[in-house]
Write a protein that binds this ligand. Structure first.
Ligand SMILES: NC(=O)c1ccc[n+]([C@@H]2O[C@H](COP(=O)([O-])OP(=O)(O)OC[C@H]3O[C@@H](n4cnc5c(N)ncnc54)[C@H](OP(=O)(O)O)[C@@H]3O)[C@@H](O)[C@H]2O)c1
Length: 274
């Protein structure tokens, strides 16, 4: 997995602690962005059926010089495809677009509790796991009660819960519930879509370390054990975001960033999103 630290998931599979997110990258630009990321040293790519760019990810993977077993590819089942049979079909469609026989990580994108299908969807993911079609299965945007309902099935425990976490929305209760169940927190929009990069506290820490604000925020995440999946289409930023493993924030600096919590959710609330 190159020089990037890895985290060992609850099933023994390892995942790079930083991945490249491709949300909102148009399909036509995705192959180039993913190629840039792979050349910079990323080995983990995070996409989703709803991003409509899995084919672009697949094109980059086909032309990559990196061996398949050094790559970690994640995609997600979209809300409309929840349900046992629907999920199995959605998985086939996603892996076909990606050009992969086997996926590394498959996630339920949102719990959509009003649909009432996430447990059946989870059973489909367990089937894909036991069939060897995917190496690990997890969830995204699950509140503690949704995660506990999955754990209460008594089968496979999700390896990750990919949730919105950044300095303005830290979701400490959700992170604690993840940890209690052995589920790693993977932070989406780790930079708050660039919304926290001009904060004076972040700028102060960045100046002290001669780093950029984005590097400081990503370092704040990884120092607390989270996986991060920042997105950028800018080659210099793609490379910059990876250079976060050769410096360390002090306890005071971590606390200064912790103090930026402001309930600043950028995405929908998981209970209301359908
Ligand atoms: N599971 C979910 O429901 C969910 C929801 C949202 C996102 N995600 C995942 O999380 C990934 C990241 O989230 P995100 O794309 O919403 O937000 P993000 O990674 O927090 O921020 C991306 C924004 O920050 C800018 N940026 C990146 N690096 C920068 C740097 N070094 N300096 C200054 N600006 C920088 C990017 O600009 P440029 O691109 O113009 O450089 C872009 O506007 C997504 O791509 C997706 O894979 C998952």
């Amino acid at each position: 997995m190159g020089d990037t630290p890895v985290i060992t998931l609850n099933n023994g599979v390892t995942i790079p602690q930083i991945g490249f997110g491709v949300f909102q990258i148009p399909e036509a630009q995705t192959a180039a962005a993913v190629t840039t990321a792979l050349e910079a040293g990323y080995r983990s790519i995070d996409t989703a059926a709803i991003y409509h760019n899995e084919s672009g990810v697949g094109a980059a993977l086909r032309s990559a010089v990196v061996p398949r077993d050094e790559l970690f590819i994640t995609t997600k089942v979209w809300n409309n495809d929840q349900g046992y049979d629907e999920t199995l079909r959605a998985f086939d469609a996603s892996t076909a677009r990606l050009g992969l026989d086997r996926l590394d990580l498959y996630l339920i994108h949102w719990p959509t509790p009003k649909r009432g299908k996430y447990l059946d969807t989870w059973r489909a993911l367990e089937r894909l796991l036991s069939d060897g079609r995917v190496r690990a299965i997890g969830v995204s945007n699950f509140l503690p009660e949704h995660l506990r309902a999955v754990a209460d099935l008594g089968g496979t425990v999700p390896v990750v819960n990919q949730i919105e976490v950044h300095p303005a929305l830290q979701q400490r209760d959700a992170q604690a519930a993840n940890s209690e169940l052995g589920v790693v927190t993977e932070a989406w929009s780790p930079l708050a879509q660039a919304g926290v990069l001009d904060d004076p506290a972040v700028l102060r820490v960045a100046t002290a370390h001669d780093r950029t604000p984005a590097q400081v925020v990503l370092r704040w995440h990884v120092q607390q054990g989270r996986i991060v999946i920042p997105k950028s289409v800018t080659p210099s930023r793609i490379a910059e975001n990876l250079r976060i493993f050769d410096f360390e924030l002090t306890a005071d600096e971590l606390a200064a960033i912790d103090a930026l919590e402001s309930d600043g959710r950028t995405g929908p609330h998981p209970d209301h999103f359908n």
